[in-house]
Design a protein around this ligand. Structure first.
Ligand code: 13P
Length: 281
């Protein structure tokens, strides 16, 4: 069933687990995430960035995700990841996405507030929840390099004011993760996260989770992270599967054959993360 992220994240917050949000960039990745969600009985968020939407159109991705949701015995959310403008957010909303992120984190504080508020106004009119972002998650995110920040962490007091004034439903915060492939082992600033959690009562979102050690993810969940995003590692897994097939069958030319290898690798990865995010003993 295709659902909004609102109730899923509220339940995750209440019961100290996290919903996995996986970036899907083709039909095979949608299938892989669906199989993993069914096997682990996990509610799941499938998401696309504006860069992905540019590749094939929001309608194509939405149709794929909706088809997966109709087959699934678990709730499935279709989420816009890192919406980069009011127009993109509204496009996703009209396409049928059931959860929208507007990312004004690169803007000055007041401008981020007014952009986020404008998206909240449209989306809430259709009962669609909005994720916003405050602070600088490092690394390359979609097509943008986001590394040149000053204070890399979200300011807890600003976060509380931001949530109050925008009415957003969940908040992506910068606590030491980065998008893309890490050069060293990432170190999450749990002190900052604890302070944010004390002041902000809505679900928090962890971005840039590919490559973050599982123990650190678990600690984040215990401190109130409710949505955990994985993208880069799915790309790596898919491509690894395709390469493996090609290594064994260099003359292969049937996309279904190498696609199946890609599906299997992504499924294996997502399965393991879904078990982690359940946060059971
Ligand atoms: P990674 O590519 O580091 O997994 O980040 C994913 C993400 O945060 C998508 O918004």
């Amino acid at each position: 069933m295709l659902v909004s992220s609102k109730e899923l994240l509220a339940d995750a917050l209440k019961n100290r687990y996290a919903i996995g949000a996986f970036n899907v960039e083709n039909m095979e990745m949608v299938i892989a995430v669906l199989y993993a969600a069914e096997e682990t009985k996990s509610p799941v968020i499938m998401q696309t960035t504006p860069g992905t939407i540019k590749y094939a159109g929001a309608d194509f991705y939405f149709a794929n995700i909706r088809a997966a949701a109709e087959r699934a015995n678990v709730p499935v959310v279709c989420h816009l990841d890192h919406g980069n403008s009011f127009e993109t957010a509204v496009l996703a909303f009209h396409t049928g996405y059931t959860s929208i992120m507007i990312d004004g984190s690169k803007l000055p504080f007041e401008e981020n507030i007014s952009l986020t508020k404008s998206v909240v106004e449209v989306c809430h009119a259709g009962n669609i929840p909005v994720e916003a972002e405050l602070g600088r998650v490092g690394g390359k995110e979609d097509d943008l390099d986001n590394t040149k920040g000053k204070n890399p962490f979200t300011d807890p007091k600003e976060a509380a004011e931001f949530v109050e004034r925008t009415g957003c439903d969940s908040l992506a915060v910068a606590v030491g993760t980065a998008h893309g492939v890490y050069k060293g082992v990432p170190q999450i600033n749990f002190e900052v996260l604890t302070k944010i959690r004390e002041l902000v009562k809505i679900p928090l979102v962890l971005h840039g989770t590919s490559g973050v050690p599982d123990e650190q993810v678990t600690k984040c969940i215990n401190l109130g992270m409710c949505k955990v995003n994985y993208a880069t590692d799915l790309r790596i897994a898919f491509t690894h599967g395709v390469k493996e097939y090609m290594k064994g069958s260099p003359e292969g030319f049937d996309p279904k054959k190498y696609g199946a290898y890609g599906i299997e690798e992504v499924k294996k990865y997502v399965l393991q993360k879904m078990i982690l995010l359940k946060n059971e003993e």
